[in-house]
Design a protein around this ligand. Structure first.
Ligand code: MG
Length: 185
């Protein structure tokens, strides 16, 4: 590959690189959120907040409560078409939702962020388990992105189909010296 091609390929891959990687949503430390000046956290739902059976963990609930006490706003932004499901999770976690978001398109991100006109993009973070929807979408929208490990391996066909390509990108990401120590997902 020529040098220009190589550079181009690398810059394309960068669109899929998260700013941070954690094993679970509730592992994102408040220290980091505060240091980055984050005031709004957008969260994917499937396999990020809930498992395949629709369950979420006690620790996640604690984390949400802690952030609310620090006045950090939270919002679920899901591609799910089932409002019933998103509504149930939203109610259980006490976090508002936006469904049929069509991530990675910017439209959903924009609609949710427009609910918070006093919060700038620098103060917003997207958390999710998928590179092609959550991370790419968040990066394109110019907000901070956090990749988390999917809660369980069982998932829908479309997501499963994208995993091998995600692996290739993540390998490139981890091969970079500055990322080599990062959490492996
Ligand atoms: Mg997901």
């Amino acid at each position: 590959m020529t040098n220009t091609k190589e550079t181009k390929r690398k810059s394309i891959l960068k669109n899929f690189y998260p700013d941070y990687i954690f094993e679970k949503v509730e592992d994102i430390p408040y220290d980091l959120i505060s240091r980055e000046g984050i005031r709004l956290i957008l969260m994917d739902m499937d396999n990020t907040l809930i498992d395949f059976k629709g369950k979420s963990s006690k620790n996640l609930k604690k984390w949400i409560k802690m952030l609310k006490s620090k006045d950090v706003k939270l919002y679920i932004i899901s591609n799910s078409f089932s409002e019933e499901k998103v509504k149930r999770v939203s109610k259980e976690l006490g976090v508002k939702y936006f469904f049929k978001a069509k991530k990675p398109l910017s439209r959903g991100f924009k609609m949710v962020c427009d609910f918070f006109p006093d919060i700038s993009k620098k103060e917003i973070m997207m958390v999710g388990d998928q590179l092609f929807t959550d991370i790419y979408g968040g990066n394109k929208f110019n907000i901070k992105t956090v990749l988390v490990k999917r809660i369980n391996k069982r998932e829908n066909f479309v997501s499963k189909f994208k995993r091998p390509a995600e692996k290739v990108i993540l390998n490139h990401y981890y091969n970079k010296e500055e990322n080599s120590e990062k959490c492996r997902v």
